[in-house]
Write a protein that binds this ligand. Structure first.
Ligand code: ADP
Ligand code: MG
Length: 342
């Protein structure tokens, strides 16, 4: 194979969404001004998301992982256009929505919905379950006649495993897992193609997490949903994802198929992140090279020069201090932003 053919094959593997992606994010930047004093003089910039690109194929689960503060939620909110975009481009179902007004976003928002982390705070305590689940239909003028509306709510409840007689109850009467089912039913009301799930099971008991994750996987198969999934629990990510992107201080450092990433992480940060996860098997635990991420996460307000990870990287070279590595496809199909692989 010629060099360019190799590069092309690598790009195809790294990019299963190449043909007709549901979502395409190009060089997304979300910067927040840091202001000081009464006059709110700008004294700095938080580059919460600083040049993030990825694509989601229809029907897949693409996960964003990384330590707290690395820009996962800001990326999710920008995709949903619930956060102003500083630069870059967001294409959803082939339409560039980066600069759509709220009015133009309205019909598109039906197709992209959020599942929130907090099943306690995100449900209105004064509304009955039926009203919570049916509200998006009412807001979008799609409720239809009374009987059709009630039938749709019953259908949504059944879909997420809630019993019909729960319709007249209030959120406080439910467990965390059931409340998250209510939240999911609500997010499905408008028949979306994309669900953006920001830590959807992080607030739940571990014993309940698997039930909700399995429900989400079942719904994905039945409804053909695409998930942008955010979680810091890597075992959940490993279970649900097709592909995973690892973020560090506003940038993606590695994107790979789930098994490729978990079986053989390559970016030093991915390696360190996975090494920090305890393994149930004591033999593996004992033989594993114990790698600890050196130091604290630096401030996103004042990130290190060059490769943001270099002060904590066990492989750092002089070049890493000055030159920011680009996220590039490698021979085995994954994308890595690291000078070690240049
Ligand atoms: N509205 C905002 N104004 C200023 N800074 C923000 C805002 N939202 C997020 N940030 C900052 O952006 C960075 C990324 O935050 P976030 O996207 O919530 O990270 P994650 O979800 O990965 O924990 C953090 O440093 C956070 O403090
Ligand atoms: Mg977050």
């Amino acid at each position: 194979m010629s060099e360019s053919a190799v590069a092309q094959a690598a790009t195809a593997a790294a990019d299963p969404a190449a043909g007709d992606p549901l979502l395409q994010v190009d060089d997304l930047k979300v910067h927040f001004p840091v202001t000081e004093g009464l006059l709110k003089r700008q004294v700095g910039t938080i580059k919460a998301v600083d040049g993030v690109s990825f694509k989601l194929a229809r029907g897949e689960t693409f996960s964003l992982v990384g330590e707290s503060g690395c820009g996962k939620s800001t990326t999710a909110l920008a995709v949903l256009r619930m956060q102003t975009v500083t630069a870059g481009r967001i294409l959803f179902e082939g339409v560039d929505v980066t600069h759509h007004s709220a009015a133009r976003m309205r019909p598109i928002r039906r197709r992209m919905q959020m599942v929130y982390q907090d099943p306690f705070g995100s449900l209105n305590p004064r509304m009955k379950v039926s009203a919570i689940i049916g509200e998006p239909l009412v807001i979008h003028g799609l409720a239809g006649d009374r009987e059709a509306h009630r039938a749709r709510i019953r259908e949504l409840m059944a879909l997420v495993g809630l019993l019909p007689d729960m319709a007249d109850r209030y959120p406080h009467e439910f467990s965390g897992g059931q409340r998250q089912r209510i939240g999911i039913a609500r997010s499905l009301a408008l028949d979306p193609s994309l669900l953006v799930c920001d830590e959807p099971v992080s607030a739940l008991d571990v014993s309940i997490q698997a039930q909700v994750v399995n429900l989400m996987m079942d719904l994905q198969r039945r409804l053909g949903l695409t998930y942008l999934f955010i979680a810091h629990d890597l075992s959940v990510v490993r279970h649900i994802s097709n592909r995973v992107a690892v973020m560090y201080l506003g940038r993606i450092v590695e994107i790979a198929d789930r098994d490729v990433l978990f079986n053989a992480p390559k970016h030093p940060y991915t390696e360190a992140l996975l090494a920090a996860v305890p393994v149930a098997n004591p033999e593996i635990e004992a033989n594993r090279a114990q790698q600890i991420i050196k130091g604290e996460v630096p401030s996103v307000r004042n990130p290190p020069s060059g490769c943001h990870f270099h002060p904590r990287c066990v492989h750092a070279m002089p070049r890493c201090r000055v030159e920011s590595p680009a996220l590039r496809p490698r021979d085995d199909g994954r994308l890595i932003a690291c000078h070690l692989y240049d």
